[in-house]
Design a protein around this ligand. Structure first.
Ligand code: AHG
Length: 283
């Protein structure tokens, strides 16, 4: 998979350059989830598609910005599912954004995710890579290249609470659970970009990121293949947990469509145990 990780490093530089120099307006199209596409979303998608077209181990690509699967080669082993620029609506207010990659072998479902990676475009460019075999590894651009910094390990309990979705549409037990965390001393950290929000919680030792089922979005907002499942591997390999609203590990999700979403909760062990109790889930 090294060729895939090297390609991700290459596209990170190109997308970072596009973020810093390109037109921030809307394109004339919508993505598969019916959202208006920014020109930057489209441009980032093209950068990734072009770069992976010649990577021998890649069989197919699935983009958050496009419908369907793009077959690349009969002999490739992996399908790369990616969100080229998550949180792109934050670029115009100059907040951090990211790219997310899930590398699957076989059918596109959680158990077949073999590795994941994400890039954070912030004051610095950082890359995190997780495999089934090791803790997530953090890399940072220093000078003109990515340098390995450290492994990421979460504590048993954190201090941060990133709670997504429209509060008006939360169910009562979710409201109570989130309030209880604040009563315990947790502090709110939520930018509206899942990449920097989840990155912050992992690097600061722990806490909870939630995007629950809401009355307007009963299946949540975040997409399983491109967002939820890749980050689930990160959190589990860092010593945390990642589950849905029914207590199922997100790494066991089986999407029936590439753009299916899921309610999702990522956290360290203490917060996920508290969530299970508050939601009445079986341990
Ligand atoms: P977008 O790419 O359309 O800006 O969406 C970002 C995603 C995700 O990154 C973030 O966690 C979530 O949407 C935030 O949604 P809410 O504003 O509904 O909390």
């Amino acid at each position: 998979m090294n060729d895939i990780f090297e390609t991700i490093k290459q596209v990170a530089f190109e997308i970072d350059n596009a973020i810093k120099t390109s037109d921030l307006g809307y394109s004339d199209s919508e993505n598969s989830s019916g959202e208006d596409q920014l020109k930057l979303d489209v441009q980032s998608d093209i950068i990734i598609e072009k770069a992976f077209a010649s990577v021998a181990s890649v069989k197919a690509l699935v983009s958050e910005e496009k419908e369907g699967v793009l077959e690349l080669s009969q002999t490739g082993k992996y399908t790369v599912c990616y969100d080229p620029l998550d949180g792109s609506s934050l670029v115009d207010v100059n907040l951090s954004v990211g790219s997310i990659f899930g590398i699957y072998e076989g059918e596109l479902e959680g158990k077949n995710l073999v590795a994941s990676a994400y890039v954070v475009y912030g004051p610095r460019i950082e890359l995190v890579i997780a495999t089934r075999e090791s803790a997530p590894k953090l890399y940072r651009v220093i000078g003109s290249e990515f340098r390995y910094i450290s492994e990421i390990k979460m504590n048993e309990k954190g201090k941060l609470n990133a709670s997504g979705g429209t509060q008006q549409n939360w169910c009562d037990y979710h409201k109570i659970f989130i309030d209880d965390l604040f009563q315990e001393g947790y502090r709110l950290r939520y930018s509206g970009g899942m990449v920097p929000d989840l990155h912050q919680i992992m690097l600061k030792g722990g806490g909870l990121f939630s995007y629950p089922a809401t009355s307007d979005k009963p299946n949540g907002k975040l997409r399983q293949l491109f967002e939820v499942i890749p980050f689930a591997l990160m959190y589990e390999q860092a010593g945390g947990q990642a589950i849905n609203h029914k207590g199922l590990r997100l790494l066991e999700l089986v999407p029936s469509h590439p753009h299916d979403t899921s309610p999702c909760f990522f956290g360290s062990n203490y917060e996920i145990t508290a969530l299970r109790e508050a939601y009445g889930m079986k341990a």
